[in-house]
Design a protein around this ligand. Sequence first.
Ligand SMILES: Cc1cc2nc3c(=O)[nH]c(=O)nc-3n(C[C@H](O)[C@H](O)[C@H](O)COP(=O)(O)OP(=O)(O)OC[C@H]3O[C@@H](n4cnc5c(N)ncnc54)[C@H](O)[C@@H]3O)c2cc1C
Length: 450
Amino acid sequence: MTQRVVVVGGGIAGLAAAHRLHSLRPDVEVVLLDQRERPGGKLATGVLAGGPVERGAESFLMGAPEGGPSAAVRLAGEVGLGASIVHPTAARAAVAVDGVLRDLPAGTLMGIPIQAPDSVLDEPTRSPLLAPGADVTVGALVRPRRGDAVVDQVVEPLLGGVYAGRADRLSLRMALPALASAAEGSHTLTEALRAAVAASRRTPGAPVFGTVEGGMSRLVDAVAAALPDVRCGVTVRALRRHGAGWRLTLGSTRDAAALDADAVVLAVPARPAQRLLEGVEGADPVPLEYASVALVALALPATKVPDLSGFLVPATEGLAVKAVTFFDRKWAHLRRPGVTLLRASVGRHGDEAQLQRTDDALVGVVRAEVARLIGVDALPEELDRGVYRWGGALPQYTPHHADRVAALRAALAAHPPIAVAGAAYDGVGIPACITSGRAAADTVLARLSA
Ligand SMILES: Cc1cc2nc3c(=O)[nH]c(=O)nc-3n(C[C@H](O)[C@H](O)[C@H](O)COP(=O)(O)OP(=O)(O)OC[C@H]3O[C@@H](n4cnc5c(N)ncnc54)[C@H](O)[C@@H]3O)c2cc1C
């Protein structure tokens, strides 16, 4: 009988899992389920003033941590989009400090200066900065050795661009894994930073980021088109063991249907995963808070803006906006005559009140704060706008997250083939989610063959 693997969640992790399952084992029936009308999760391209705009994720890292192309580049290549990857322009990014846009400092790792400023001491410690396998927050490692100003004004805004999170809560091992490894063998932060930079496998001069011309939804659509069975608008409500496999309950209570599977990949955020794993013995949920964010995209009539790809706004500035991208300056392929395009993000972890505003109010706040930061009285009336809200958008990994994930995976190994994948476990970036999805596919395939 044909074996069936059901992948729950059609974000990029679930898509990558299903793609790998189908590529390696075309004889296995692979079904991908997503509760929304379209797959893609946080990858979704919309339309603004007649051109593409990213409603969610905008770009991906080109290189893998271990060297070579990232999982995103490889997946794009596998679905025929390798030639459609484009890179940002050379425009610089800035950071707002005391209301003024300043260049981001050079010679840093995620904003952490390799050299300690004169004002702080980076005294050698007797034992290495981090015990093997230990974890601390980014703030705990960096504040004493680089000072609060560096953390608040540069490191946290840069981390915030990825996690919308706080340096004093985020796990060093998840946010800066190379620095965590280097800290296990270093006695000063300078030594650890140098070792982390030296260990980087990035090809010097190679582009760091890429995106897909036409939008990230092209990647989603191309992967989905290569799959045999994608079902959208289907919510998985429950999961339980059934014979040697699993039974999934789909749809509403009134209209429930069952789908049986020999193996399951759960590629959904932490909360739905927790609900689905409720009846699975020993599968302790990974406790995880999420930050919510809203993006406000504006198409303005051609407007003079600073010669930047965008800027970051530290929480210490006391503004709602946390980052702004002038996305037609950052991406040459998005330039259009007579239009200036910008996208601002609002919402930091723990500050969700900002997102309670109506769309009109959010646009008003963004317009006022951007005008102030770029030094003009007011922005011209927009030609078009979009407000994209992401509740529960970005996981906030606290120290020892990786240990909790390892414990969950060990517990799942005692059950019929099942694996978890996605941003809730292995990192927020698109390549990390793809790698996570592929690894989940390999796990269940190995168990099915056994
Ligand atoms: C605004 C924003 C900007 C970002 N920018 C970038 C960026 O530029 N670069 C980058 O690398 N990363 C970026 N990220 C992070 C990255 O996009 C995400 O971490 C990643 O896409 C998550 O993928 P995923 O597959 O793990 O989860 P998701 O994309 O969350 O997908 C999970 C899917 O599961 C489905 N689902 C949930 N519950 C159920 C259920 N019970 N039954 C069926 N289906 C269900 C959902 O509908 C969803 O489609 C950004 C994130 C956000 C929110």
